[in-house]
Design a protein around this ligand. Structure first.
Ligand code: ADP
Length: 327
């Protein structure tokens, strides 16, 4: 369903000299959805985000928000706001003045901007810290302030560039659930750049996988994970094997490969590695045709009949779980 506030990238391109960082990408971000731009370092995620924000000039193409091409408007006039990786707070301004800053630039009077900044601090649970300086806050608190500061302009689209990368793993998991909750409450579009597939799976309604300046696959998180269309997506999302069969290349989830007696599988193999993972055991196997395959087995099933490196086994799966890959 299309909505008036959808954001559409039309043949969007970024060149730096002879480097093509973003190559004519085409995508519709649905209004009110949480989208993650996912891909390895250097694939063009940040350039895409910065072009949407207006912090990077567009080389070619259009960025259409609410029916208007915003590609050449100044950042503050686009209906977008960006939260930076390093939060970029002003060190000499209090928390509330940091949050109110862009309203000051717009000429909003002091009482009104403090009232509005107060509401946003409340939204991110930072009311008690309003008069502190950024240096007196933890990383997670600084991030909340940066969020409030980005949201004070009432953007239709919030752009987040690796927003969780500076946090320790524990806080990262907590903050990501807060980001998701906040996005639901606000009902605006979030576009979040990450190179972590776990983060994208945890957060995104839609995952847009980029590779080499192009969009490799886009769709609901569950679909991108379960039905990768290319070898790159299957390997990057993780949890899959890519196997060559006489009829082509296929992806299959590691937890959908079963280990059988040597002559009872679809392929024969030998166990080459074994990793205990708590709830499961990951077996690495080498097939007779020299393909490496990982099978992830529930730990109780493994320990009921343990097998060891060197043992010969069969490998099987349900063919309906195979996903044909395009080259
Ligand atoms: P990602 O965010 O996925 O890591 P980027 O968008 O930062 O990717 O970069 C995409 C490509 O563009 C890379 O090859 C990178 O080296 C290049 N690039 C990014 N910014 C610049 C710049 N300011 N000048 C020249 N090349 C750049």
């Amino acid at each position: 369903m299309r909505s008036d506030l959808d954001l559409e990238l039309v043949a969007l391109t970024k060149r730096y000299g002879t480097t093509v960082a973003v190559d004519a990408i085409q995508h519709l971000f649905h209004a009110g959805s949480y989208a993650c731009l996912l891909g390895p370092s250097g694939c063009g995620k940040s350039s895409t985000l910065r072009m949407i924000a207006g912090h990077e000039e567009v080389s070619d193409g259009a960025i259409v928000l609410a029916g208007h091409d915003i590609a050449h408007l100044p950042p503050a006039k686009r209906g977008t706001a960006m939260m930076f990786q390093n939060y970029a707070l002003f060190p000499h301004l209090s928390v509330i003045d940091n949050v109110a800053f862009s309203l000051k630039m717009k000429g909003v009077e002091r009482a009104e901007r403090r009232r509005r900044a107060g509401e946003l601090l409340d939204l991110v649970h930072m009311t008690d810290f309003a008069e502190r300086l950024p240096a007196q806050l933890s990383g997670g608190q600084q991030q909340r302030v940066a969020l409030a500061r980005a949201l004070i302009t009432d953007p239709q689209v919030l752009l987040l560039d690796e927003p969780l990368s500076a946090l320790d793993p524990f806080l990262r998991v907590r903050m990501r659930s807060e980001l998701k909750k906040l996005q639901r409450e606000l009902g605006i579009t979030f576009i979040h750049v990450t190179h972590g597939q776990d983060e994208a799976l945890a957060l995104a309604d839609e995952i847009v996988v980029m590779n080499n300046a192009r969009i490799e696959q886009a769709g609901p998180a569950r679909e991108v994970f379960n039905a990768p269309r290319t070898e790159f997506v299957a390997r990057f999302m993780g949890g899959h094997n890519v196997i060559a069969l006489p009829k082509g290349h296929f992806a299959i989830r590691s937890d959908q490969v079963t280990v059988t007696l040597p002559d009872q599988g679809k392929l024969e193999g030998r166990v080459t590695g074994l990793e205990y993972q708590g709830a499961s055991v990951a077996l690495t196997l080498m097939t007779a045709g020299d393909q490496e395959i990982t099978a992830v087995i529930p730990e109780d099933r493994y320990f009921a009949k343990p097998i060891q490196p060197g043992d010969g086994v069969g490998l099987s799966w349900d063919d309906t779980n195979l996903h044909a890959l395009t080259a």
